[in-house]
Write a protein that binds this ligand. Sequence first.
Ligand code: ZN
Length: 1021
Amino acid sequence: MYRQPVLKNRRTLLERAEKFISDVYFTDCNLRGRLYGDSCPLQSIASFISPKRIPFSEASTQKFEPYTVGDTFGPTWWTCWFKVTLTIPESWRGKEVHLLWESDGEGMVWKDGHPVQGLTKEGEKTSYILSDCLQSEDPHSFTLYVEVACNGLFGAGQGSMIATPDPNRRFSIHKAELVIFNRDVRELLTEFEMLVDIVKELGEREQRGYQALFTVNEMVNRCDPTDPSSFSEAHNLACKFFNQRNGESQHTVHAMGHCHIDSAWLWPYEETIRKCGRSWVTVISLMEKNPEFTFTCSQAQQFQWVKSWYPGLFSRIQYFVKKGQFIPVGGTWVEMDGNLPSGESMIRQFLEGQRFFNQEFGTYCKEFWLPDTFGYSAQLPQIMRGCGIPNFLTQKLSWNLVNTFPHNTFFWEGLDGSQVLTHFPPGNSYEMKGKIEDLVKTVKNNKDKGRANHSAALFGFGDGGGGPNQLMLDRLRLVQDTDGLPRVQMSSPDQLFSQLQADSSLLCTWTGELFLELHNGTYTTQAQIKRENRQCEALLRDVEIASSLALCRSKTFSYPQEKLQRLWRLLLLNQFHDVIPGSCTAMVVEDALKYYEDIRADASILLHEACEALGSKGSTAGLFNSLPWERQEVIEIKDGPGGLDLVLVEVPSIGISTIKAIQPVTAVSVTCQADGTVVMENGILRTAINQDGTLASLHLINANREALSDGCRGNQFVVFDDVPLYWDAWDVMDYHLQTRKPVEEVIQPVHVVSSGGLRASVSFTLRISDKSTIVQEIVMDAMSPYLKFNTKVEWAESHKFLKVEFPVRVRSPNATYEIQFGHLQRPTHWNTSWDWARFEVWGHKWADLSEHNFGVSLLNDSKYGYSIHKNTMTLSLIRAPKAPDSTADMGAHQFTYAIMPHTGSFQDASVIQAAYNLNFPLRRMQCHPDTKAWSSFSVTKPVILETIKQAEDAKGTLVVRLYESHGSSLTATLCTTLPVKEAWHCDLLERRDPARPAHVTSDGIMLSFRPFQIVTLLLVL
Ligand SMILES: [Zn+2]
């Protein structure tokens, strides 16, 4: 029987219950004040400080100095090791004993040489349990080590989280002692807290909220904090409430523990390794006590780190993976950025990830897991499907600044029509705490009510916060099936998606990309990382192709599989969703650039070795063309008799030839006009260049068509103020467009550098400000369909955005942008909020604006940010954000873009091929003097042969990957001069489809394609 409340006053009852468990008020007499019993000081603490992150074996042998609690240590990024000796008082028999450790930084307890528990105040983990119930025969004395990293969960931002890290921060231990922990008080506190939260979350409209209110009020009446024997009465009241069951129709929340660990962000890669160790060891010890507890964990790279740094922990993880509690998810090497990596890079993310999970845990992931990225390529569904993945979990679109995404559970249909079942946890978080608020939000926010009756709730502190804690598990356990709340079950992605799939008939479909209406500056920030990524992607591709060909041409050549795997993994690591977007600190940038240097150095050697084998170690200058079409290009020979010589050469499709000069159909001419403009012409294009480097005209000769808009100037540099609301490196806001200023100050006007023949070029210098300049060479080559802009910028700005504009004489409501293995269209108008929210978009090597029978393409060699509004095509070049890296993008930049007017469609005009040509230089090599021009592969035009590599599991078998690039259905022929014995279709993980042999005839291999379809073959040699 409940006692009648004195007055009908909801507020006093609610606040009374809140105060009864408050950790601020009335702790002298409330229940919270009883959580801990007696305490006892430690016997001794001594410390040793290290600038490096060293292993335990090394740390434990160092000389430790006495340490007094409260003393400071540091600075930032150092590590302080503590040696702790303690003896538990005899009188604590029968009690639960904790080492209470409240400190700054991130801690790890080591016992008997093994990591046993992470300690982070920010992640609500401040206790290490020494004994659940102390017995007299138990050891009472211990020596422990605590390794404290001098950084917070989110690094050490000076003033705000994303500010540049403070290098001189000091750290301290605030409390280190032994305490008796009253488990019965904790359990009762949890019941109180959950009831109070039910009252608050269900509000005044729900009958059930009042039942919770009267229950919790009566619990306060019955519970005497000083008398534990009164607890059971209060507990029974709580049980009665929580055990009132739901009806069958209630929504089910699939709770999964999680700890989102950014592979690098506001801290360097090396610290992430320890974040994983600290977090996962904590998760494992929770699993030992809570057999129902499940934890999802992504990113093969992090498992690989833990495997090599914490082998003991890794084998315990393997044990819990087998038990189904520790669940590897995602299938990728890292949680990569969803926009910028190339198509092949995305496939390699899955190839390396899935193969790692299969090798270490005997399973392939069935879901892609990417909660935190700044957009999702429309090609991802096909790539997922090809890697054995039918399901996708993410949630970042809840960050959209303008439009609310309409679904939580839906089918996502990609560019080629592939579909994946997709779920956005409706709670809009991947760091829930198991609270009532989380559960209510999950049900309330679900935009597919009546269509999907299952949702995920990911709970646990991220970024090294150790993931879930016991309290979260206790909370969720209490409300597994409580009337008025969603049903809660510990679950796995597999269970969730099976349930969603089983009842999916009412689900909606979203077609095309998932564009994030925020963080659009990340297509441009940290230009050097972007450039290195693009060039290293090209380099690794070429090494693989050259090595594959060398394998066929030379008996002694061995394919550098392990070396290539190492380099790919470095490249994939830098594609992490805070590295390639440029949203990381200077330390991370430094590491990333070092990895790129490593890739370049080693890959160049591998390319050289492969080319040597291809060219039979000859001494005649030759060229290797890795692209699947014949190329005629002007190249520079630096070792020519006159220093720098130009030659027009021809190299066959995926093949080699010696350098042999051919004559152009039309030579390039340069004329300086009386008005100071310079006119260049190559038979295809004619352009007039003003003194300030802008284009007065760009004429497509055969079509007699001017490409530039009347009275407008092409190649116009413009600078914008670029001050976002908060996320500095991430965001460029709509209002920056109102601050456009053309760069007009000429330091050195246009003058001729190359005077025609094979190449005409002019150079000029502009001043952006007193600190920043642009030097550009505009190049027109014989036979080239595009005009090239080789650009050098000295950049020392603050919160400015440099772009270049081409107002063109084309009218179209849509522009086309290259993405992974294809292209898509986005509007050039701002009709609806969905249109104008895309004022800054991403694309890869080219973008095109075409009307019927004419268009202009803008190509680039290392940029990703575009905006095409009305008839102005703009390429984003350089930003200058100051957080989290205050030096971001300062200094020298070098990049090339090109403009290509064309008749017909961009498909017919070979824009795609031109953009490949701009990005994949002909590689110099040495051949035997009598080497005949040789082509290994060629393929019908709209199909692009993207990849040739040795199969992962079969020496002497090549993997060849092609895609349809125009968006058409067709049959194509792949021709090869290699001795192919048999050919098989396989998936993107290179698993042969025994039902689909590919027919090899004397004419080649006939293949059929759907629009944008990726086809992978195994060629047995
Ligand atoms: Zn993240």
